[in-house]
Design a protein around this ligand. Sequence first.
Ligand code: AMP
Ligand code: MG
Length: 405
Amino acid sequence: MIPLDEAVEEVVSACRPLPATSLPVAEAFGHVLAEDVNAVDPVPPFANSAMDGYAVRAADVSGASVQSPARLRVIGTVAAGHAPTASVGVGEALRIMTGAVFPGGADAVAIVETTRVDGDHVLISAEARSGDHVRGAGDDIAAGTGVFAAGTVLGPGHVGVLCSIGREKIQAIPLPTIGVLSTGDELVEAGSPLLPGQIRDSNRRTLIALLARDGYSAVDLGIAPDDEADIERRLSLAAKTCDAILTSGGVSMGDFDYVKAVLDRIASMRWMQVAIRPAKPFAFGVLDEIPIFGLPGNPVSSMVSYELLARPGLRRIAGLRHELLRRRPVPGVADGSWRGAGDGRTTFVRVVAQFAGDGRLHAQAAGGQGSHQLHAMSLSNALAVVPPGAEISPGEAVDLLTLTP
Ligand code: AMP
Ligand code: MG
């Protein structure tokens, strides 16, 4: 057996980021930026009002109160998207809306809540300090500022900033396309009746859904029966169109593990027994320079193997920095008794983790912990990490890997 860290290292050191490409900002979400982005112009581009109200000279409303409001002559209105038609002189006010260009002459906004219209005048019942409710040009981003560095993972806010600085395209690492293959004579699609000995293929759809969760596209390579020629045909085809391949099944010690035979012939593979429970068998290698992940067939194992071993590699292909590849443990509290494995493997207990009244993240087993018990895995939102030989009792600290996107 090899330690999990060693297996992950093997994977991530063999996975290389895809070459950067020019992408429309409209498609940038979820990608890793491959250039340093600078703002040419300031954001906001002009001084504008932060509130609905009146642009005034602070000196003109000095001492104003409900008992003795300031009375200013209204010289017009400026709405967002329009240029002010006049500048504000002594004793004058310009009605202004949020986001509208702040006029010359004025230095503050008297918010509408403190004002009352009086014919062509306005009564202002509160003082304003110079600069109140005025957003200066470049308040958010000054012209010429470095906004995002290469390597930034673009979330929704980043996309908004790219729009606000006027970018239409960026250099980014493409999101990989991953082929997903199920293997096994026993597997049939949902919808087909089950003949004796058959089960429904759940791994393929699960893995495709995990890829969707992580922002990657999947190519459905179908179900290959335990037949070397069939498996080889599907894998060779996938290597031409995909950036990586996930297979499930056929990587353990069984007599009909034909994936193993095929991959040994056409790819350069390392067959591993990783010191984890579940998901001990795992294979990794390259086929025509495409990383290929041989995940175990048991449904829980294939999910756990994806989370712990394949996902870090795929994230590297998508260009994420090394520190961001693996899920990081967060401290939690065990709400159950868990015993670590006696054979040196780290156990990953499928748990439901939620914050309790003590402000700590409490973890409860989600159900049966067999590697075939996908139902419990489906209900879980975290894996509790139980070191080999450990005895964890209720109330004790336990590390959790939360399975968030
Ligand atoms: P294998 O690794 O091929 O020996 O499979 C281990 C176990 O996982 C067996 O019980 C298989 O029937 C089951 N299995 C393999 N592939 C799938 C799949 N795609 N969906 C559901 N169960 C599977
Ligand atoms: Mg099999």
